[in-house]
Structure formats: C-alpha cells, structure tokens
Design a protein around this ligand. Sequence first.
Ligand code: F0G
Length: 466
Amino acid sequence: MADICYPFEPFKIKTIERVPITTRDEREKILRDAKGNIFRVPARGITIDLLTDSGTGAMSDAQWGALLQGDESYAGSKSWELLNSTAQEVFGMPYILPAHRGRGAGHLLFTVMLDRDKKPVIPGNGHFDTTSGHIEWAGGIGVDCIGEWADDPDSDYPFKGDMSPEKLREVISEYGVERIPLVLITITANTAAGQPVSLGGMKKIREVCDEYGIPLFFDAARFAENAYFIKTREKGMADKSVAEIVRMQFDLVDGAVMSSKKDGLVNIGGLVVCRDRELYRKLATMGTLFEGFPTYGGQAGRDIAALAVGLREVLDEEYLRWRVGQTRYLGERLKDNGVPIIWPPGGHAVYINIGKALDLPTSVYPGIAFQNAVYLEGGVRVCEIGIVLAGRDPETGEDRKPRYDLVRLAIPRRVYTQTHMDYVVNTVTKVYENREELKGVRFTYEPPVLRHFTAEYEEVNLVGKR
Ligand code: F0G
C-alpha cells in the first residue's frame, strides 16, 4: 500500500442510518428478482451504495437547521433571498435562476439558446448523458473535443478533463461558427472518469470562443472538487483559496448550469447562473413554464435554504481535502491490489477499466457481469458506465463503442467512512481475483432508449477467455 497518510473525516456523526447486511443467498434471490439489473435492486438489499454521488450526500447540522427555517412563500421568500445573495457571491454571477435539478437547468438553457433550424452543434469535453439528451431535445448535437491526454488511462496527466483548443477550432471550421451557439465545459468531466479541468485549459478555450464570439458555459455540478484539484495540481495556484479559484473559474464563462445534488451538498435542486440580463429574462420565462416561479424553480423553500448553506460548506478546504482524499484512497488501494482503474482517481468516483480488467467479449457486456458479481460478493452497488449505457447507434443498430468500458464507484458525500472503503476494496478485489469465473450476460428485455435503467438480463454460459 502507498505510504500516504489519508486525511481523516473532518466531521463526527450525529445521526445514523443502519445499513442492510444480507447473506449471499439473499443477494442471489434479490438480483434474480431484479432480472439481473442493479438499478432494479431495492435499497434495502444494498450494504454500500456507490451507484451515484448525486443527491445521496449527508447534510450537516447547519443544513438541517436551515431546513426548519425554510420560507415557503410562493414568491420572493427569505430562503430565496439568502440563496440568491450566496450564489451571486460564490459564483460572481448577477443572475441566479433555480430549477428542480441539473437536467431542468439544462433544459432551460438549451431550449433558450439553441435554434433548431440552424442544426446547432455544442462542443464540449464529453457531455453528461442527460446534458446530451437535452441538447438533442432542443434540436442540436454534442461534439466531444476532449484532448488526446484523456486517451491514456494510466498516465499521471493532472487535467485529463481539459478540452483541446485545436479540436475546438477544427469543429468550428467543420460546422461553421453560426451553428455553434455555445461551448460547454463540464467540471469535473463526469464522462471522462471524473477528471478535472485546469484553469489554464479553460483560458485557452475562452480565447478561442472570444475569437469567434461564441459564449462559453459550464456544466458545473462538481465545481468545488474541480477548484480543489486546481489548487493542488495547477502551477501557481496553491496559495489561492478554493473560494477564490471558484470565482476565477466562473470569471471565464458567460454562465453555467448546475445540478445542486453534487457540490450543492443537497439531495435535490439545480441552478442556472448567467451574466446577461436579456438571457436571464428568457430563461426565467421558460423557467416559469417548466420549473415554477423564478424565486423557487421547482424547489421547496426549505430545499433552497439548505442549498444556501451547502454552497458555502462545500468551499471548506478541510472537507475537500478529505473528500478528494477518500476517493484517492479507494483508487490507490484498488490499484495496489492490481485492479486496473482510470488513473489518477477523479474527485467523486473511481472508474474500473473493464476493457483491461476482463477478457470477456464486449458482446456479453462484461461491465454488467462485473457490477453484478460485486453485488453478489458483498452487497456493494456499483454501476456500468460503458457499452450498455452508451446504447445502440440508431443507424446501424450496433452497440456504440465508448472510449472506455467502465464500472463506476461513485462516492456519496460525507456518508461513508474509510472502513466502508476498505470493505469495498476487499469486495471488488475478490471479484477481480476470481475474474476467470465471470460469465457474460445477454438481454432478455432491451428497451429502445436509456436501456441501462430498465433492461433485463440473463447470464450466458461463456466463462473466461475471448
Ligand atoms: N451534469 C452532470 C455533469 C451530471 O453529472 C449530472 C448528473 C447532471 C448534469 C444532471 O443533473 O441529476 O440533477 O438532473 N449526474 C448524476 C450521476 C446522475 O450519477 O453522475 P441532475
């Protein structure tokens, strides 16, 4: 094991929730009843849940206190005033519009900014799936301009989430600037294994955008984790506070959409923030149609109150040191045990490189086989982010081939301890060591879209080698 002292949890536990502990026989029945789909397994059958870091975090005593003070006035509540002033200060943006969650915020931005008659194209560093979905819903397509540094799963490159300015230029000249209403940088890059984006990298993209007069936006769900990586990895940034770096990030963009369920440290909510009054007015009109009055946007006053506290708590550097340290701990322990992961570990999750770990053909969906085996082994829920998630190409009907076939271990914020992580390491390592026994799966039911959520599978009798 690497000789590193990992930061301890900078909090103590005040309320607890018993975790379910099951036997292997029980898990086999539960997974059979769920038709082999981990999304269909009820939470009461799961011991450690690493399905997602979204909306699964624990709130602080200060947030629970704020919840009680939530003001449920329909318009202009006290909670809204607090959120508005906090978000303005944290992001340095004058206009703040709440939405019910990240994809609600994305829906507003893309329906307002995309003109479907122009066949819009949105370059980015790997859009998240619901973000791509909303771009397509608004008549556009997403184009991935992440740099070639993201292609090496083992290098130490510190900012694999950076977009390539050269690729962006190529996309602009290929499609024409009039088809590009905005460029979107996701911080951290969830689809690129949670890798961070550097401030230097953002500046280069800003320069290209300025040259062509294209607005630049963030998909900012994990803005604080990204800022912490900048502080600890980017040259000359160590002396800046995370709060300052967050402002430096947002100073480079025209606005952002955000799921508050991650670095907002709350269980539900989203935001759009921007600088331009005209844009805000259009967004607020759409927001009123789809989300609710612009001072609550689909959230209860109490949710907004808790978010106002969460946006400040997430800037606590002791918290971020521990948070990023916990993910690193999980990643390093797995790597020490020989499990191939995308290196270095990201902020919110560790991604197992299934293409490298298993010798099964992709036609039998090895990521699903692995995730199910991890569940059966220890009741740990992890999630395929690979071939099944990528879906089929509508033209050829073939499975799409994502850059990597991955299984994600996403860590909820402030929920699990280091001992829980040790248990996860042992469980995953055991499955990896016995990988020759893994069988693939095939669909017994395959829905036409978003198949990973509701598909049904059975094991195929294909053991071991290709
Ligand atoms: N953008 C990014 C980068 C995300 O990671 C997510 C959600 C969203 C937008 C959508 O936000 O869920 O509030 O509507 N990611 C979750 C995940 C679901 O598991 O990575 P939402």
